[in-house]
Design a protein around this ligand. Structure first.
Ligand SMILES: [Zn+2]
Length: 679
């Protein structure tokens, strides 16, 4: 359910570059006067191409360094390599695309292989695995492209367009022009390869920290020193902990006691009072209320976690800061994550989220939840799961069915074509897609890692217990499967390699959610009633309400970091706690009737994939608009049509897909009518 690694790999590869010790003294050396001169030289030869020339020459000059030659070399390079003839330009475009696919596709394959010992459940991790896992085999590719000047040929002839320009001009662009514009995004900043490598180290360490953050639930003691959970239950923070809260709504006896205990554990993780030795360790018993620990029943003193959670965020921040100066315009990670990554500005995202979480509908839905639960809301009810029609189903029966059907990864793999057929895909298409997806047993919570070249496969990583795949695992695996289907269609079936993929990760989340929602259909459990659509709407409304708050916290944390670059891990922790409470008090306390909760700081994404969280609510919004659009259409053919669009900007993509921009009105309208129907 985590980040979509293929996209992260491909975009991070797109900004790497030079690698020698001299990289920090290898400065820009092309003056404005040279740019003007070259523009004139070329402009005189091709007077009808002035705009294209200026754009290309300026971008090339921004990327050019002393080591590439002096201003005369630059002039000569531009004059000799500017392609004025469209037929030749198209030919060269195809050659570059073909070779990029060969390179990126194989680097991606190598990364997958080197990371297997860390990502797959295939034995103990040795420290050498971390060393290989942290090695970014493609880190020097972009550096080489500057040395051999391929980068400059690209920048000169397929120049970059800003987000605004893409949205504006893109309305009239052909598919080929879109593909050219995407090629223009390849070389926009020249970040030294050594910085790419150190970023890789930081992210690998954060990933491992999160992937090993398990809580042994059978070792948790109640206030009366009793255990509530099965002795072999091991839950990964935060995903499994949150999902355990969700699944306990079905347990009318002690569900709430368990939920409160998990909530208590989460708060101790966020504020780092958790005794560090109980993490990923079944040696000690722990009472998360009193915070006392025991070894074989005898009290033992264990120190709290030393703010490691926040140190990982700081590590990311310091690395991104080092990269900032290499970007002419997007000189903070916040700008890059939103304007470049999501292609929507941070301010716009925040405005949309604030408008959403401030909606009076939240209180109405909250009241409905309280009345369905027959009690006042408690903070963990941000994960209320009772609108999902499946919560009424017996968890044990579901577990039994999925464990029998999917004893191991191979069984799940073999069933992929059938799952697709159940969702309406033709036999041919189901086989075509399934042949390009491989299921592996994951060490962490699982993820989907796509291929980067045709001929390669996407990987579906899923966590499967010794006794088979439980329903929770199945539900997540179906989500990942949705990612893999998107990754496959948007690689194999998009007309230009430069347009492979989706506008941003929110769009791949949308298809993952669409699959995940159909998990019971895949299990051939008929669970629909006339209220199903309304219940789904309320479920979606509530999920977005929850995750937008989490994402608002994430954004505020990064703004704080940029405003306070010298902050320590301890100060950062206190600030995250303060921000979490602040967001809670503004938008959740009025609904829940309780103040100062820190729970919005629990998400692991904040630690391992900073500023990624907003992709989820966007994914849900997009998902909602797509679902409404295809409700009276054929699911499989619409999925195919829409995900063949490839990587346009979010607005352009939505326009082609459903004829409208991303907005809140569809979900608000549907929620209102759902509230009238569901009691
Ligand atoms: Zn996902």
């Amino acid at each position: 359910m985590r980040k979509i690694i293929s996209i992260i790999v491909s975009t991070s590869l797109l900004i790497a570059c030079q690698s020698t010790k001299d990289e920090f003294v290898d400065v820009k050396n092309i003056e404005n006067s040279t740019i003007v001169k070259v523009n004139q030289l070329l402009g005189d030869k091709y007077p009808d191409q002035n705009l294209k020339i200026e754009r290309g020459v300026t971008q090339t000059a921004n990327l050019w360094r002393q080591s590439n030659g002096n201003h005369e070399d630059f002039e000569e390079f531009c004059v000799q390599n500017y392609i004025s003839d469209e037929t030749e330009r198209e030919l060269v475009f195809h050659k570059i695309s073909r070779n990029l696919e060969a390179l990126l596709g194989r680097f991606n394959q190598l990364s997958i292989t080197l990371l297997e010992p860390l990502h797959l459940n295939i034995g103990e991790i040795h420290k050498i695995d971390h060393m290989f896992g942290a090695y970014n085999v493609g880190a020097h590719l972009w550096d080489d492209f500057y040395k051999n000047k391929i980068a400059f040929v690209v920048a000169l002839n397929y120049p970059n367009y800003s987000l605004e320009q893409k949205n504006e001009l893109g309305e009239k662009w052909s598919r080929k022009e879109w593909a050219y514009a995407r090629m223009g995004d390849l070389f926009i900043a020249r970040v030294p390869a050594s910085l790419m490598q150190s970023m890789n180290d930081v992210s690998t360490k954060a990933d491992s920290y999160i992937a090993d953050y398990n809580i042994y639930m059978g070792n948790l003691l109640t206030e009366n020193q009793q255990t509530l959970f099965p002795s072999d239950m091991k839950l990964l923070s935060h995903w499994n902990l949150r999902d355990e809260i969700k699944s306990n709504y079905a347990d009318i006896n002690i569900g709430i006691v368990k939920q409160r205990m998990i909530y208590q554990v989460m708060q101790r993780i966020v504020d780092q009072t958790i005794p560090y030795e109980v993490v990923n360790n079944d040696k000690y018993e722990w009472n998360p209320y009193s915070n006392e620990t025991y070894e074989n029943g005898k009290p033992i003193q264990i120190n709290p976690e030393p703010n490691l959670r926040y140190q990982h965020i700081l590590n990311y921040f310091h690395e991104y800061q080092k990269q900032d100066k290499y970007y002419t315009q997007k000189d903070t990670y916040i700008k890059r994550a939103f304007e470049e990554g999501m292609e929507i500005s941070q301010a716009e995202v925040e405005r949309l989220f604030v408008e959403y979480v401030s909606s009076p509908l939240a209180k109405e839905v909250g009241d409905l939840i309280a009345s369905r639960l027959g009690r006042n809301l408690e903070p963990f009810d941000i994960w209320y799961d009772g609108f999902k029609s499946r919560s009424a189903l017996n968890q044990d029966d579901l577990d039994k069915q999925t464990k029998t059907q999917y004893p191991n990864a191979a069984a799940f793999n073999a069933d992929l074509p059938n799952m697709l057929k159940t969702l309406g895909f033709s036999s041919d298409k189901a086989k075509y897609l399934s042949d390009k997806i491989v299921v592996d047993p994951a060490r962490g919570s699982g993820h989907a890692w796509g291929a980067s070249m045709k001929g390669d496969v996407a990987h579906l990583r899923t966590r499967i217990g010794a006794d088979g795949m439980d329903y929770k695992g199945f539900n997540i695996a179906v989500h990942e499967f949705g990612h893999n289907v998107e990754q496959t269609i948007s690689l194999y079936d998009v007309d230009y390699y430069m347009l492979k993929g989706v506008p941003n990760t929110a769009f791949t989340e949308a298809l993952a959610f669409m699959f995940q929602k159909r998990d019971l259909q895949i299990l051939k459990i008929n669970n629909s009633n006339e209220n199903t659509i309304h219940l789904n709407t309320l479920d979606q409304f509530w999920s977005m309400y929850e995750i937008m708050g989490v994402s608002l916290v994430d954004m505020q944390v990064w703004k704080f970091l940029y405003e306070n670059p010298n902050t320590t891990a301890e100060q950062l922790k206190n600030k995250v706690l303060a921000i979490s409470k602040e967001v809670w008090n503004l938008y959740y306390a009025p609904v829940f009737g309780v103040k100062d909760q820190t729970i919005l700081g629990i998400y692991s994404h904040m630690i391992a994939s900073p500023l990624y969280l907003s992709a989820y609510p966007f994914g849900l919004l997009i998902d909602f608009q797509l679902e409404q659009f295809i409700a009276d259409k054929d699911f499989s053919s619409e999925v195919q049509r829409i995900f063949e669009l490839g990587r346009l900007t979010p607005n352009a993509w939505m326009h082609e897909a459903v004829g409208a921009k991303i907005g809140l009105n569809p979900i608000f309208r549907a929620t209102k009518s759902a509230l009238e129907k569901v009691k």
